[in-house]
Design a binder for this molecule. Structure first.
Ligand code: ADP
Ligand code: MG
Length: 369
């Protein structure tokens, strides 16, 4: 049975500076949980509080049904991989990885052969089998990170805490490790709490995301929930790449048509939207959110499309990601690209908002309407 972690009104101050503001957080049994948030949001601090290496200021932390506030890190049966690696410099990779299995409280659980087999198993998974005799100074940053991860994973704790475990790997390996970690978590059935500022990692691995911002949880849910029903602009901008376009607009009704306009552009809402909006009692001025994939793009002038200029573009395989500008209005669009089709900076591009997937936010509070 998997263990759950529960934080109850947890506060952390460093000196007088409060960095975690009364957080309530509860993981679910057997789930891969993710603390997602920008740098400085409090991700590392939360893992440190759970593991006990940093004392909490107020509130309660439960591991399973045990209150662990006053329990030493050693007694919490938690395995943590620090982002800063903290490898022993005068031990080889093998010695680093086997170290947790030789801790006094665990020393007799496994025979030497079993310990060796376990280290080899995880070394293989992390693709560091050929590095076992080296010292940390002889490794690249990405290799060291995998050793640190391996050293954490060889144990069988009640929960794994992994602080940005794959941040320093090159892109290809990072992709592979996402699926390896995900599969490992499913296989072991032990809960993982992993952190990252990268939404793509959270989307790839997490059952449940806790989206953190400045020491608070903005929203909790599956990546799909956060993507489809963001509570506010912060969440909307965090999930999805390229990011949602958010533009301050004035809403008007003209001959049964709903129009959104600012000084540069006027967007006509498709017929279906007017109906959906009728009951919403929206303010006259609001922030309108549109995902880059929800705009229609044409490179030829078409009736009903507005003219923009290509300010920047990226070609990614079969995709164009184009930043379109008109006056001060800037919209990023993502569209499919026909084979060999090209584009130039400064050229004209025509856009149409033609989707039911609209988002409205209060311009002041930034909360979803
Ligand atoms: P993250 O891991 O999300 O980048 P951290 O948990 O490391 O964020 O930091 C959260 C906030 O706490 C930051 O403002 C950081 O400066 C502050 N902080 C972290 N550790 C300490 C410390 N030991 N002393 C003082 N402030 C700290
Ligand atoms: Mg951190």
């Amino acid at each position: 049975m998997g263990t759950t972690i529960r934080l109850e009104k947890v506060v952390k101050k460093f000196g007088r500076k409060e960095v975690i503001h009364s957080i309530d957080l509860e993981t679910r049994e057997g789930e891969f949980s993710f603390l997602l948030g920008p740098s400085g949001a409090g991700k590392t601090t939360i893992l440190n509080l759970i593991s006990g290496v940093v004392p909490l200021t107020a509130g309660n932390i439960y591991i399973g049904d045990k209150l662990v506030n006053d329990m030493k890190p050693m007694d919490r049966n938690v395995a943590i991989a620090f982002e800063s690696y903290a490898l022993y410099p005068d031990k080889t990779v093998f010695e680093n990885m086997v170290f947790p299995l030789n801790a006094p409280i665990r020393k007799k659980e496994l025979t030497d052969e079993q310990k060796k087999a376990r280290v080899q198993e995880f070394a293989e998974l992390l693709q560091i089998s050929d590095l076992l005799d080296r010292y940390p100074r002889e490794l690249s940053g990405g290799q060291r990170q995998r050793v640190a991860l391996g050293r954490t994973l060889v144990r069988t704790p009640s929960i794994y805490l992994l602080d940005e475990p794959i941040a320093h790997l090159d892109a290809k390996l990072r992709h592979q490790m996402r699926s390896e970690l995900k599969k490992l978590q499913i296989k072991l059935g032990i809960p993982f709490i992993c952190t990252s500022p990268d939404q793509a990692e959270a989307v790839a691995m997490a059952d449940r995301i806790f989206l953190l911002n400045e020491g608070r949880i903005e929203q909790e849910g599956s990546s799909r929930e956060l993507y489809l029903t963001p509570k506010n602009e912060f969440v909307a901008l965090m999930l999805g790449e390229p990011k949602m376009n958010i533009t301050k607009m004035e809403m008007q009704e003209q001959n049964g048509q709903i129009l959104f306009s600012n000084k540069d552009v006027t967007l006509k809402a498709p017929a279906g939207i007017a109906k959906a909006m009728a009951g919403k009692n929206l303010p006259k001025v609001l922030d309108l959110g549109i995902r880059p994939t929800d705009l229609k793009v044409s490179f030829k002038e078409i009736e009903g499309y507005d003219e923009y200029m290509v300010d920047f573009y990226q070609i990614i395989g079969e995709k164009f990601i184009i930043t379109c500008i008109k006056g001060d209005t800037r919209l990023v669009v993502e569209c499919r690209r026909a084979l060999g089709e090209t584009i130039e900076l400064g050229q004209k591009v025509f856009l149409k908002w033609d989707t039911e997937n609209f988002y409205f936010f209060d311009s002041e509070t930034k909360n979803a309407l």
